[in-house]
Write a protein of this length. Structure first.
Length: 137
């Protein structure tokens, strides 16, 4: 008989993983990286209210686990995928430049990835960019 119960080493604490993902996104906000404002962060996370986003990031910075909606978790996952793809595709040290530089490929049509994601703000837009980048890996 197969035991389907997970051992304690196999259980993933989604609150801790969510907290780590929010801390990562907070590091991306600097101008030397993705250059994101508080409003930009909220847009990328699905339009969270300012007080909610601020409380979540603050809790994550203090090492507390945070509970996120599945939509927000999906968005963070896609943003991490986008970052990973840019890191693999870009010349060493240029992955942040590729996020902000205009590109003349579909669907960007002269916009940067940053502009496209902030303009569209949807989960679908994140998927589109992730898929576009992964198609070039």
């Amino acid at each position: 008989m197969i035991d389907n119960q997970k051992t304690s080493s196999q259980v993933v604490d989604t609150k801790e993983v969510s907290s780590a993902a929010l801390r990562w996104l907070d590091t991306q906000r600097s101008n030397s990286r993705w250059g994101l404002s508080d409003e930009d962060i909220r847009t990328l996370l699905g339009g969270l209210p300012p007080c909610t986003a601020s409380a979540l990031v603050s809790a994550a910075k203090h090492g507390e686990g945070v509970e996120l909606s599945q939509d927000t978790i999906d968005r963070l996952s896609l943003l991490l995928d986008i970052h990973r793809a840019l890191t693999l595709l870009a010349p060493m040290g240029k992955e942040y430049d590729m996020f902000s530089r205009p590109a003349y490929i579909n669907p960007l049509r002269g916009q940067s990835i940053r502009e496209y994601l902030l303009k569209n703000g949807s989960l679908g837009a994140l998927c589109t960019i992730r898929n576009m980048l992964y198609s070039h890996l």
